[in-house]
Design a protein around this ligand. Structure first.
Ligand SMILES: Nc1ncnc2c1ncn2[C@@H]1O[C@H](COP(=O)(O)OP(=O)(O)OP(=O)(O)O)[C@@H](O)[C@H]1O
Length: 356
């Protein structure tokens, strides 16, 4: 029988690199749950500090696994939503896009060519696993035999290059950007325009211009081989950047990812309100990190309150993070696993409501 005191002692033996205090004392073990043979918690750190804290998470995981009798450990490292003001950086935009970035220049809102459906994956709050869900949902849609693209529009922290294992500036050919292909997905990311490790935030007009360009000038499909669905990973939050993006992107629907906690659900409500404002249908809510640490069922109840569908829940599963860190979505790496099956159910509901 593992006691809470044993777990706290193990965690406090690990130092927060910033304050020098033990992890629990430093307030870095949120939602700490200890059951008979399991322990888990969430480490929420400021955006930009995730690289600093990744080894700390690994050390915490190792320390908990070393406790005799411990069967399962879940430590989730998440970043707070990026602050709104960060220095703007110059992105590698095409000459047309630079021209369109001028104040007052019209922004095209055309649909991307040869793409049947455009789906947004959104979250009101950062760090709830939106990108993980987007990558695995996309993989689950390909497993249904659909042709699928992923547009990583998360200007605050583009994670698709890492999660899908793609790198290198995309090529322009015949006036179009050639997307990368990985795990049968066509991939384009805001991170590929400047480099995946280049932490960067664009100002609103620059960001939405870059995304419009990636949306409409990428060769997602051809007349002979159209793309069935493009999954757009939006930046987390419900501010002006998100509003501008969803106004300028021709979306057929949105799914909102939330953890079961009230604070994330409140932000999910705001995200739904934002989509209502611009008349994009919310196809439903997805509960991520469902289970011991955060509880479960919060998103389903919230969906009922909002009058939208509940699309399914996804467990807190360290394998999801490990697969993402290694550049292969878990759904592709372990097709028959329990988590892949849960994603398949969500994908079936999404495909059904979009009529693909
Ligand atoms: N169901 C899960 N089980 C375990 N770990 C998860 C799960 N979902 C996401 N994670 C991990 O949580 C962290 C945050 O996930 P992710 O980057 O997908 O979140 P996000 O909401 O897109 O973040 P951001 O708001 O920063 O863009 C990552 O380390 C990811 O691997």
């Amino acid at each position: 029988m593992i006691t809470r005191a044993t777990v706290i002692a193990a965690l406090d033996a690990i130092r927060d690199p910033k304050s020098g205090q033990g992890l629990v004392a430093a307030g870095l073990a949120q939602g700490l749950t200890v059951t008979e043979d399991r322990a888990g918690f969430v480490m929420e750190v400021p955006a930009g500090d995730t690289a600093l804290y990744a080894p700390v998470r690994d050390a915490a995981e190792a320390a908990l696994k070393a406790i005799p009798g411990m069967a399962r450990v879940s430590v989730v490292l998440t970043a707070e939503t990026a602050p709104a003001t960060k220095p703007a950086r110059t992105a590698a935009l095409s000459p047309q896009a630079v021209e369109q970035t001028r104040a007052g220049a019209p922004v095209p809102t055309d649909r991307p060519a040869h793409v049947r459906r455009v789906l947004a994956v959104a979250s009101g709050k950062g760090g709830v696993g939106k990108s993980t869900v987007a990558a695995n949902l996309a993989a689950a849609l390909t497993a249904r035999g659909l042709s699928v693209g992923v547009l990583d529009a998360d200007v605050y922290g583009p994670s698709m290059p890492t999660m899908l294992g793609v790198s290198g500036k995309p090529e322009y050919r015949d006036g179009m950007i050639e997307p990368h292909t990985a795990h049968s997905l066509k991939v384009m990311s805001v991170g590929l325009l400047t480099g995946a490790n280049d932490a960067m935030v664009w100002r609103g007009p620059m960001a939405s211009q870059a995304i419009t360009q990636m949306l409409t000038q990428t060769r997602w499909g051809t007349e002979a081989a159209p793309l069935d669905i493009l999954v757009v990973d939006l930046p987390p939050g419900t501010g002006d950047v998100q509003l501008t993006l969803i106004q300028k992107t021709p979306l057929d629907g949105a799914v909102i990812v939330s953890t079961p906690q009230e604070v994330a659900l409140a932000d999910a409500r705001r995200a739904h309100a934002l989509f209502q404002k611009v008349k994009v249908p919310t196809l439903g809510l997805i509960e991520n990190m469902s289970g011991d640490v955060f509880g479960r069922g919060g998103a389903e109840a919230e969906a009922a309150r909002l009058g939208v569908s509940f699309l399914g829940d996804l467990p807190l599963d360290a394998a999801l993070r490990e697969a993402g860190d290694a550049g292969t979505p878990l759904v592709s790496a372990d097709r028959d696993g329990d988590t892949a099956r849960r994603f398949a159910e969500v994908a079936a509901r999404v495909a059904d409501v979009l009529g693909i």
